[in-house]
Design a protein around this ligand. Structure first.
Ligand code: PGA
Length: 225
């Protein structure tokens, strides 16, 4: 799976422009996660579209949130949950991440749940305990996909080495036997080497997914040889 996380980029017009120009190769599962306001425009492309978040209740007094049923009504196929930016800036916790994942999975949506240590945690040799805690909180569901995204590698240009990422993926898979994709400064230049690791099952791409050419190049790197 090669997934694009567009974060707070691209309104409906830019979303249509991108998807009109985007021709991913066959043989790789491509997911695009635009902002909420661009979901509908994205779904029109016929691609597999995920939201960047989802709430666990069906409806109610939850200002600013969007439910599973609302996403399904417009043809959204899944959701990212627990992204480190949500954890860092918007108070997302292991518990709320799990509730979002459970509700989405129960309704038949796909889920990419994000985990990963901060730089301070890595420097303090806490990576393993952080990953055990974060993965341990997630629902046991074979349809779940986990994204390992070391926080220090997101948007910083500091990619984890393939060996370091592989090590974290092996640990995560020993805790929960599901596909694990890597995120954190994935680019056309480093995608082949990262995706060649035996336990790296795909990529979650931020910055380099905003341009159709670079994202297509990363999708190509994801075709199993
Ligand atoms: P990045 O973001 O590729 O820009 O580092 C990845 C992500 O946050 O999902």
């Amino acid at each position: 799976m090669i997934a694009a996380n567009w974060k707070m980029h691209k309104g409906p017009r830019r979303t249509r422009d991108f998807l009109g120009a985007f021709e991913p190769p066959d043989g790789v599962e491509v997911v695009i996660a635009p902002s909420f306001v661009s979901l509908r425009a994205a779904v029109e492309s016929g691609r597999r579209i995920y939201s960047q978040n989802v709430h666990w209740e069906n409806e109610g007094a939850f200002t600013g949130e969007v439910s599973v049923a609302m996403l399904q009504e417009i043809g959204v196929a899944g959701s990212i949950v627990g992204h480190s930016e949500r954890r860092q800036y918007f108070g997302e916790t292991d518990e709320t991440t799990a509730k979002r994942a459970e509700a989405a999975l129960a309704a038949g949506l796909g889920v990419i749940a994000c985990v990963g240590e901060t730089e301070r945690e890595r420097d303090a040799a806490e990576t393993e305990s952080v990953l055990r805690r974060q993965v341990g909180a997630l629902p046991r569901d074979e349809r779940l996909v986990i994204a390992y995204e070391p926080v220090w590698a997101i948007g910083t240009g500091k990619t984890a080495t393939p060996e370091l990422a592989q090590e974290a993926h092996t640990l995560i898979k020993s805790l929960l036997d599901v596909p694990v994709i890597y995120g954190g400064s994935v680019k056309p230049e480093n995608a082949v080497e990262l995706l060649a690791q035996p336990d790296i099952d795909g990529a979650l791409v931020g910055g380099a997914s905003l341009d159709p050419e670079s994202f297509t190049a990363i999708c190509r790197a994801g075709i199993p040889s």
